[in-house]
Design a protein around this ligand. Sequence first.
Ligand SMILES: Cc1cc2nc3c(=O)[nH]c(=O)nc-3n(C[C@H](O)[C@H](O)[C@H](O)COP(=O)(O)OP(=O)(O)OC[C@H]3O[C@@H](n4cnc5c(N)ncnc54)[C@H](O)[C@@H]3O)c2cc1C
Length: 451
Amino acid sequence: MTDVDVVVVGAGLAGLTAARRLRAAGRSVRVVEARDRVAGRTLGGTLTNGVPVELGGQWIGTTQTEVLALVAELGLTTFPTYDTGDAVTLYRGTRTRYGDETFGLSETGAVEVGRLRAELAALAETVSLSTPWTSQAAADLDRRTLDEWLRANTADAEALAFWNAVVPALFSAEPAELSLLHFLFYVKSAGTLDILVGVTGGAQELRVVGGTHQISERLAAELGDDVVTLGAPVFGIAQDADEVRVTCASGTITAERVIVAIPPALAGRLRYEPALPAARDGLTQQMPMGSVIKIQVAYPAPFWRTTGLSGFAFNLDGALSVTLDNSPPDGSCGVLVGFFEGAHARTAGSWSVDKRKAAAVAELTELFGPAAAEPSDYVERNWMAEEYTRGCYGGRLGAGVWTQYGAALSEPVGRIHWAGAETATVWNGYMDGAVRSGDRAATEVLTCLDS
Ligand SMILES: Cc1cc2nc3c(=O)[nH]c(=O)nc-3n(C[C@H](O)[C@H](O)[C@H](O)COP(=O)(O)OP(=O)(O)OC[C@H]3O[C@@H](n4cnc5c(N)ncnc54)[C@H](O)[C@@H]3O)c2cc1C
C-alpha cells in the first residue's frame, strides 16, 4: 500500500494541472514543490506604487485555448495588451516609426525578411508535431542550426539583424544554438510565425488582471495544503516492481506513479534508481534552458501613447531586442516591459542591477525619446540565477538532438511520467503548453492506474 496514488514533482502550471485532473478522477495525490511558493516560471511582482507586474510568463494569445479556459474556470479575467499606434525599430542608429507590416525595415530588408518567413513557413509545414524526428527530411533539418540556414539563404545584413533580434526574443537563445528542426517545430507548435510574434491576433494579445501567477495559486488553493507541500525540493526517485519512492527535503513518499513536471535540464539532476535509460539521460544533458532577464521600467504615465506610439519597439542595435507597453489596464502609470535575452542576457547577467537599469533606460530613451530617461521605478528578474528554473523561457534543442534523443522527451520510464511546457506538442514552451502537458501526463497515469 503506497502513501498516495501519484506524486507530482513541481507546482508549476503543468504539475498543478496534472494534480487537479488526478484528484478529479478520484486519485490521491501529493505535489512536492522546491520553492516556498507555487507557479514556477510565472511570478507576480509589484511596483512601489502597488501596481502588479509580471516577472515571468505573462501573455496569452487567443489560440492558447487550454490556458484561457483555465483562467476563466478559476474566475480570473483578461485584458488586451495595449496595441494602438505606431511601433519603432532601431537599426544602425536610425529610428524608424511604422504602422504597417514592414517591421520598420528598409524596402529591401522587408522584402528579404518576408521571403525568408515564407520559406521557413513552408518548411515548418513539413514537420511532425507529435514525432518531429520522423518529419520528412528530419535528418537534414536537424543537422543544421537555424543560423547556418539563415546565412546560407540570405546575404542581406538587415534581414540577418532582424532574425538575430527576433529569434532570441522567442527562445532566449541565439540562432546558432537551435537546430533548424527545433525552430520549425516550435513555430508549427504555435501555429505560425505571425502568431508567435504578434500582439493583437498573436501570442502577446492578452494579459491576466493581477498576473498569471494567480492561475497556479488558485489551483493550489483548490488542491489544499494537504496535497501541495512547499519548500520540499525532490532529490531522488527510486522505483521497483511494487512502487515508486520520491525523496524530498521533507522525507520519502511512496506512490504508484510519479509525474515529473520540471524542465528536462533540472529533471536530469535528480538521482534515479535504477539509473535512467541512456537515451533519456542523454536528452537531459543536451536540453539547456534559455537565458533571460525580464525588466519592467515604470513612468508616471504612458507618455509614448500621447505621441501615437504603441510602446512596441524592435532594437536591432541594442541589448533589449523587444519592448512592449505593459501598463496596468487603467493606464494609471506607464510601464515598458523588455528583456535581455540570449547572449545579451549572459553579458548583462554579470552586471549590477544599477548597470542593467542604466543600460535599459539608455536604450528606451533612444527608442521613445527623453521622457524615457526619467523612470519612476524599475524591477527585474534574472531567471538564469533561479535555482529551481536556471533559465527561461524554456529548454531548447540544438543540432542533432531531436533526431538522436527526441523520442525520450515524453516517453515514460517505468513508473515515471514527464510533464512540463517542454514536452507539449501544441504551444510548446508556453503556459498553454504547460497546461496541455499536465493534462496529457495525467491521462497517461490514469490509463496505467485503471488497467
Ligand atoms: C521571463 C519569462 C517570460 C515568459 N513569457 C511567457 C509568456 O508571455 N507567455 C507564455 O505563455 N509563457 C511565457 N513564459 C513561459 C512560461 O512561463 C512557462 O512555459 C510555464 O510557466 C512553464 O510551466 P511548467 O509548469 O512547465 O514549469 P515551471 O513553471 O518551471 O514549474 C516547475 C516547478 O517545479 C519546481 N521544481 C524545480 N525543481 C524541483 C525539484 N527538484 N523538486 C521540486 N520542485 C522543483 C519549480 O520551483 C517550479 O515551481 C515565460 C517565462 C519566463 C521566465
